[in-house]
Write a protein that binds this ligand. Structure first.
Ligand code: SF4
Length: 109
C-alpha cells in the first residue's frame, strides 16, 4: 500500500499517531537510535519540546510522503526550529553554519 498526502489537506504534528511509517526518510533504520527517528522529531514538535535532535531530521520529504495522517512533517519541524532560534536556542553548529554562509564561505569546511 502506498500512502500519498493531499497537498491541500496536510495536517499539523498534533495529528501524529506515532506509527513510524515516516522513518523511511530518516537515519533511524541504520542507527536504531530513537532520538534520530523522524517519529521522535515529530513528537518533539508536537509537544513543543526544545531539543538539538530537532536538527537531526533531513527534511527530504520522504517521511511526509509515507505519513498516513498527511502531516506536513517538514513544515512542523522547521516551525519548531524557528521557535528555538527565536529564543536563541539554536545549536552551536547551526549558528556557525549560518555565520559562514553570511560571510560567503563554505559552511562545511
Ligand atoms: S508517519 Fe506520520 S503519523 Fe506516523 S509517526 Fe510519522 S509523522 Fe507520526
Amino acid at each position: 500500500m502506498t500512502f500519498r498526502r493531499e497537498e491541500d489537506g496536510r495536517k499539523g504534528a498534533d495529528a501524529c499517531i506515532l506509527c513510524r511509517l515516516c522513518d523511511a526518510g530518516s537515519s533511524y533504520g541504520v542507527t536504531l537510535d530513537e532520538r534520530r527517528s523522524l517519529r521522535h522529531t515529530v513528537w518533539l514538535a508536537k509537544n513543543g519540546r526544545e531539543s538539538a535532535w530537532l536538527y537531526a531530521a533531513m527534511l527530504n520529504g520522504v517521511g511526509e510522503k509515507a505519513c498516513p495522517m498527511s502531516i506536513a512533517i517538514d513544515d512542523a519541524i522547521i516551525e519548531a526550529r524557528r521557535r528555538m532560534a527565536a529564543k536563541g536556542l539554536e545549536t552551536k553548529e547551526n549558528r556557525e553554519f549560518f555565520e559562514k554562509v553570511r560571510r560567503g564561505v563554505n559552511p562545511y569546511a
